[in-house]
Each structure stands twice: as structure tokens, then as C-alpha cells.
Design a protein around this ligand. Structure first.
Ligand SMILES: [Zn+2]
Ligand SMILES: [Zn+2]
Length: 206
């Protein structure tokens, strides 16, 4: 598989397009400013969007979810414990930005094996930053998309509603560090890293 990343929006979110030579793709997260880049990339590469996967439902990860759904017609996947925030979110409603409510198409529990084209991946539930945070694991390609659960040399905040520090650390240790040192980590914000790097240098988990 291959991937491309655009960094967009007021708090520098990563949006990822993951595709393979069948020309099918998935989109991971849907931040403000993403749709113009996605539209161009998808058209230029003649891709078909199979699904839109949301790592968690904080406003900065779903700012253009409505627009991207309209544009692609693809199903929206979100963990069942984070779905409520797509339809009503007090934090989002206080922002001076118009972010539309969206209904999810598929509710995840964690443990699902999903695919597009010839590429398989699995959903891992990693609560702690939010109740229903998930990571997407590409075992064969040794890649994991971690949203705001794990960053290069940092971890997600746990002071928002639904956050819990101990739960987050446990998710990272049991579900991510165990993947293998060679895994490349693509987070929701900032640079990519590796599991090995994080085990050695992340001050929250080493
Ligand atoms: Zn977040
Ligand atoms: Zn975020």
C-alpha cells in the first residue's frame, strides 16, 4: 500500500489517504481544510474512496467530515463510544467555526478486520484520549495510524471530557507498544515516528 499525508486546519491535523494499485483508497480523519486536497489528489490519481475512518470524534478530526462524505459518498466509520460527538458536541458548538453534524454509517467496537483493494487492516480500540479512540493497524506494511493516542515523543491530552490518563497509558502499552519495534506510527498531529523510538524516547511511556 501507499499513503499520502496533508497537514491542514487551525491546529495542524494530519489527514491520510491510504491506497494500493487497485486504485481503491480509504481516508483517515477529516479535518478542516482537508477536502480541497483530497478532491485534487483523488481525481489526479483516479482513486475510489471505499471508506472514511475517524480515529476519534474531536472537532479537529471531523471538521470537514460532512463535506468529505458529500464529495465521496463513502461510509463513515467511527467507534461506537465516540459516535455521539458527531451528532452533538458542546466543545465544538462553542467554536467560531461552523462544523456540521454527521451520522456515522458503521459503528466500530475494535477488533474488526477491514479492507480496501488488496489491502487488509485491523481496528484496535485505544481509549484514554477519548472513550472511543481507535488506531488502524496495517500488519503486513508495519504501519499504525494512532490519531491523538500516541504522537512522536508525546501522547494525547486527557483533560477533555472522556479522557483518562491511566486508561490512555494502558492502551498505548498493551495495544501499541506490543505491535513491534519496526512499526511506523502515523499520528493525528505532527511527524511520524516508530514504536522503537517511542519506547526509547517518549517521556510518558519509557
Ligand atoms: Zn483529540
Ligand atoms: Zn487532534
Amino acid at each position: 500500500m501507499e499513503l499520502v499525508n496533508f497537514e491542514v486546519g487551525p491546529v495542524q491535523n494530519n489527514v491520510y489517504v491510504v491506497y494500493d494499485d487497485t486504485k481503491e483508497c480509504i481516508i483517515i480523519d477529516a479535518p478542516l481544510g482537508a477536502s480541497i486536497h483530497l478532491d485534487k489528489f483523488i481525481k489526479e490519481n483516479d482513486l475510489t474512496v471505499k471508506s472514511i475512518l475517524i480515529t476519534h470524534s474531536h472537532w479537529d478530526h471531523i471538521g470537514e467530515l460532512y463535506e468529505i462524505k458529500q464529495m465521496t459518498g463513502a461510509d463513515i466509520y467511527v467507534h461506537k463510544d465516540d459516535a455521539y460527538r458527531l451528532e452533538s458536541d458542546k466543545m465544538r458548538e462553542r467554536l467560531p467555526i461552523d462544523i456540521k453534524n454527521v451520522s456515522p454509517d458503521v459503528l466500530l467496537k475494535g477488533g474488526e478486520e477491514l479492507s480496501f483493494g488488496k489491502t487488509k487492516f485491523r481496528v484496535v480500540h485505544t481509549p484514554g484520549h477519548t472513550e472511543g479512540g481507535v488506531c488502524f493497524v496495517f500488519e503486513e506494511d508495519r504501519i499504525v495510524f494512532t490519531g491523538d493516542t500516541l504522537f512522536a515523543f508525546s501522547i494525547g491530552r486527557t483533560d477533555f471530557p472522556g479522557g483518562n490518563f491511566d486508561v490512555l497509558i494502558n492502551s498505548i502499552k498493551t495495544k501499541l507498544l506490543s505491535l513491534g519495534d519496526d512499526f511506523i506510527v502515523y499520528p493525528g498531529h505532527g511527524e511520524h515516528t516508530t514504536i522503537k523510538n517511542e519506547k526509547q524516547h517518549n517521556p510518558f511511556i519509557k
